[in-house]
Design a protein around this ligand. Structure first.
Ligand SMILES: NC(=O)C1=CN([C@@H]2O[C@H](COP(=O)(O)OP(=O)(O)OC[C@H]3O[C@@H](n4cnc5c(N)ncnc54)[C@H](OP(=O)(O)O)[C@@H]3O)[C@@H](O)[C@H]2O)C=CC1
Ligand SMILES: O=C1O[C@H](COP(=O)(O)O)[C@@H](O)[C@H](O)[C@H]1O
Length: 502
């Protein structure tokens, strides 16, 4: 994030007092404001059907920042000035008259602060409304003016390729692709952005970043939380759509892509698209061989008893929805031919951890011994969340012995609690500055769905007997371990001490 802050703008926030706005967007904007990463002439107009007074809305903003900002807020005056940037209009997205009132408000505000018509339309509302809002914005003439218009759109972007295409066609009638900022909050995470830098700024890694030196890659995004209060959405979406189609595949592309010709969004998107095109699409029996779906049963996390998925509020008591996915992905190109990318994500697992582990091939001949008579592999561990940092596992001499080796880990670690910007801070900054690098391009979304849809189709045609189960608080179903065991590997596990010196 740079402090260029060249753009004064108005943010038009649909879902202006919803959960996302309160928990993520207000705190993120506050972070940008207090660090001078946002132009002083910015305003936010929050929208929703419910009626709210201006002061009532500003109080909601202040309270959200106090509750959810990544550090304690100790400057009430600054917070107060921040909240004065916010106004609220009651508007139902289906009601065209509401958009006229919005237009009047925008024109007055833009004149007042003497700024060009730079409008950031942020859709923090139900995905069912995305198409309608984009259409109405255009009809009401809100996308015209002498500045820029950008549409920031939340996930999920469709529930399969066809619905995503339909949604895309709807929003494209009002906004050009260059004006659309599709959020994948994983792309805003510091260490996800760091993947490219680690790869392309270090001879050490880039020269070895291929099938001659790497035996497999493992990407895990495990969570301890359950379905929470989102059963209505999640019991239909499942982990495959909720996490794999977007976050996991985005991480795969960043790990696997070729160096871009320039550090420009189009050049980076082109390389990511090539990876998605090379991703082998599993069909029918391939799905059974390579993709595992699981659901949690009751168990314990941190000593606390937890219900099974089917006992969670709002979940059907015979649901076969997956809360866990693991899979073996193959990328059919020169660099990655023969290197499995193992992916894994699930709710109610042993611990919260997003991590990429690159396992290098062993040396051709082992001259040394250790207690298992086998060398541990070299590993590059990229800790994404909650720990953020890098760890490199190498083999070294066990002190006091003649030729015994031990694996040691070299760590670089920064802790987000000490003030690193959160994903939404970074993404909002980029959207205000017009940098689309860390937003998903339509082609990426489309290709990701084309990979997911055949898997979904096979799973939807199967009965319960092919669903694997895992206890809440575990590392997932045993079938997920077998997936790697078949090829002589194992998960560098959630139980292992990533990032700590041994
Ligand atoms: N919450 C989260 O952590 C995450 C959310 N998202 C995505 O963000 C989006 C918003 O989610 P979330 O904040 O949780 O949802 P909420 O239901 O909490 O908020 C949505 C808001 O939309 C407003 N709204 C609903 N219908 C209308 C309408 N017809 N006209 C105008 N406003 C309307 C509601 O306000 P009112 O009742 O006043 O109309 C409500 O506050 C979704 O796309 C979701 O998938 C993505 C990742 C994480
Ligand atoms: O998008 C989503 O991500 C969260 C996990 O995000 P993280 O930043 O905490 O790793 C997940 O809980 C949610 O189901 C999904 O919709």
């Amino acid at each position: 994030m740079s402090n260029k802050k060249k753009n004064p703008f108005v943010m038009v926030l649909f879902g202006g007092a919803g959960d996302l706005a309160k928990r993520k967007l207000f705190p993120a904007l506050y972070g940008l404001y207090r660090n001078g990463f946002i132009h002083e002439h910015f305003s936010v107009i929050g929208l929703g059907r419910s009626r709210k007074g201006q002061e009532e809305y500003r109080q909601i903003v202040r309270q959200s920042v106090n509750e959810h900002f990544r550090m304690s807020v100790n400057d009430p005056e600054e917070l107060n000035s921040f909240s004065m940037k916010f106004d609220y209009i009651s508007l139902d997205v289906h009601d065209l008259d509401g958009y006229q009132r919005l237009r009047e408000w925008l024109e007055i505000r833009e004149k007042e602060v003497n700024i060009p018509v730079n409008r950031l339309f942020y859709l923090a509302i139900s995905p069912k409304l995305f198409g309608q809002v984009s259409k109405n914005l255009k009809i009401a003439g809100l996308t015209e003016g002498n500045g820029w218009n950008r549409l920031v759109i939340e996930k999920p972007f469709g529930h399969d390729y066809e619905s995503a295409k339909e949604l895309n066609n709807q929003i494209r009638t009002s906004f050009a692709e260059e004006e659309i900022y599709r959020i994948d909050h994983y792309l805003g995470k510091e260490m996800v952005q760091n993947i490219q830098m680690i790869r392309f700024a270090n001879t050490l890694f880039e020269n070895m970043w291929n099938n001659r030196y790497i035996s497999n890659i493992q990407i895990t995004a495990s969570e301890t939380v359950g379905v929470g209060d989102r059963a209505q959405y999640y019991d239909h979406a499942g982990a495959l759509r909720d996490m794999v189609q977007n976050h996991i595949l985005q991480m795969v592309t960043l790990v696997a892509m070729e160096p871009p010709s320039r550090l420009k969004p189009e050049a980076i998107h082109d390389e990511k698209v090539k990876v998605l095109r090379s991703l082998r699409r599993w069909k029918n029996e391939d799905v059974l061989q390579n993709m595992i779906r699981g659901q949690y049963t009751k168990g314990f996390i941190g000593g606390q008893p937890l219900p099974s998925y089917r006992e969670e509020e709002g979940v059907q008591n015979d649901s076969v929805n997956e809360t866990f996915v693991s899979g073996r992905l193959l990328i059919d190109n020169f660099r990655w031919s023969g290197v499995p990318f193992y992916i894994r994500t699930g709710k109610r697992m042993y611990r919260k951890e997003t991590v990429v582990v690159v396992q290098f091939k062993n040396v051709p001949d082992n001259l040394y011994f250790n207690k298992n008579n086998a060398l541990e592999p070299n590993l590059l561990i990229i800790n994404i969340n909650p720990k953020e940092g890098l760890s490199l596992q190498i083999n070294a001499k066990q002190p006091g012995t003649v030729s015994e080796v031990v694996p040691i880990r070299m760590d670089f670690c920064h802790d987000s609690k000490e003030g690193l910007p959160e994903a939404y801070e970074s993404l909002l900054h980029d959207a205000t500055e017009g940098d689309r690098t860390y937003f998903t391009h339509w082609e990426e979304v489309a290709l990701a769905w084309k990979f997911i849809d055949p898997i979904r189709k096979v799973w939807d045609g199967l009965d319960e007997s092919t669903l694997s189960y895992y206890e809440a608080g575990s590392t997932g179903p045993k079938e997920s371990d077998l997936l790697l065991k078949k090829e002589g590997f194992h998960w560098h596990d959630l139980g292992e001490q990533h990032g700590s010196s041994k």
